[in-house]
Write a protein that binds this ligand. Structure first.
Ligand SMILES: Nc1nc2c(c(=O)[nH]1)N[C@H]1C(S)=C(S)[C@@H](COP(=O)(O)O)O[C@H]1N2
Ligand SMILES: [Mo]
Length: 327
């Protein structure tokens, strides 16, 4: 790795440099009670509207109707993360290299979104958003979420299993891998400040094996907290692969391609020794520069540096669904 390469994640910065503590205190104080989890959560319950509240609220999507709560994923052993945290503490490097990209990400253009499904499939096709949300019944799933940087959340996603789309496009027998490509336009996406000296491998892309995509946990999200996805979460369509580190979940997907060979992916291209292709959550496999044995639970206190630490779980706690895919 060249020495000029700054951190792809702000791992060595003190937390206070990434997310000013005062901002969190303010959000905590003003947004507590504003945002709840789940279908139909009211976002209007707060009597005092400071600017951050109004501004965050403007980033939220429209309420989604006809969403079934999937009883198999109705909750985990932890509380759902408050949206005031989840929707203001994000990774979306197209819009900057810090956790605080929720405002810059509003530049993402989402009108007339199209997703092209192509490659080794019998029924290639391009979907618009209505196709996706009307063709595939929407369900809510509460999933654990684990970033490779060792922070974790619990997120109420709304969307549909990847398996549904898989059945519809019908991969050929030659298909072994799937690549997922995020939106990118250089004039809209400044990238991280440290990226100026590097030719980053845009657009952001991720990949799965066909078997991983077919697993019942693999999910396409079009919503979160009862509404369509805000831009900072990867509107209007993003991947959710809860047994893998968060970077595997590409945001704002424009293309899905079925392939015979493993695709190149964004972080794996930048630093293959730090970001494997498989990237299953595993407490016993440390990142080269930090332990993965524990994780910080986002929102468990006003100071991110003091967020509660909990043990990391193999496959992020989803071994019963996915262990059979490996080994
Ligand atoms: N296109 C794109 N997708 C992305 C990223 C990104 O920078 N660009 N960051 C990834 C990482 S590292 C994480 S942890 C999750 C964060 O998702 P969230 O902000 O919705 O919590 O998005 C993933 N998907
Ligand atoms: Mo991440």
């Amino acid at each position: 790795m060249p020495t000029i390469l700054p951190p792809p994640h702000p791992w060595q910065l003190p937390e206070s440099a990434v997310t000013p503590e005062s901002a969190f205190l303010n959000r905590r104080r003003f947004l507590k009670g504003l945002v709840g989890a789940g279908i139909g959560a009211s976002l209007l319950g707060c009597s005092r509207p400071p600017s951050i509240e109004a501004e965050l609220q403007q980033t939220l999507g429209r309420p989604l109707a006809n969403v079934r709560q999937n009883p198999d994923f109705a909750g985990v052993e932890r509380a759902v993360t408050e949206q005031a945290y989840a929707s203001t503490y994000n990774n979306f490097y197209e819009f900057g290299g810090t956790k605080s990209i929720w405002q810059p990400a509003q530049k993402l253009p989402t009108d007339d979104w199209r997703v092209e499904v192509t490659g080794l499939v019998n029924n290639p096709r391009t979907y618009d958003l209505d196709d996706l949300t009307q063709r595939f019944p929407l369900e809510e799933r509460i999933y654990r979420f684990r970033c490779v940087e060792a922070w974790a959340m619990v997120v109420p996603w709304i969307g549909f299993p990847m398996n549904r789309l898989l059945q519809q496009v019908d991969p050929t027998s030659a298909a072994r891998f799937v690549s997922f490509t995020s939106f990118y336009e250089a004039k809209i996406c400044p990238g991280p400040a440290w990226g100026f000296a590097m030719n980053l491998p845009w657009p952001y892309g991720e990949g799965l094996t066909l078997a991983e995509m077919a697993n019942e946990l693999a999910f396409f999200a079009v919503g979160i907290y009862g509404r369509t996805l805000p831009k900072q979460h990867g509107a209007p369509l993003r991947m959710v692969v809860p047994w893998k580190y968060g970077f595997k979940g590409a945001k704002s997907i424009v293309k899905i391609e079925f392939l015979a060979e493993r695709p190149a992916t964004f972080w794996n291209t930048i630093a293959p020794n730090e970001y494997g292709f498989e990237a299953n959550v595993n407490p016993d496999v440390p990142h080269p520069r930090w332990s993965q044995a524990t994780e910080r639970v986002v929102g468990t206190g006003s100071n991110p540096a003091q967020w509660e630490r909990q043990p990391t779980r193999l496959y992020n706690g989803y071994g019963e669904y996915v262990a059979g895919l490996y080994g």
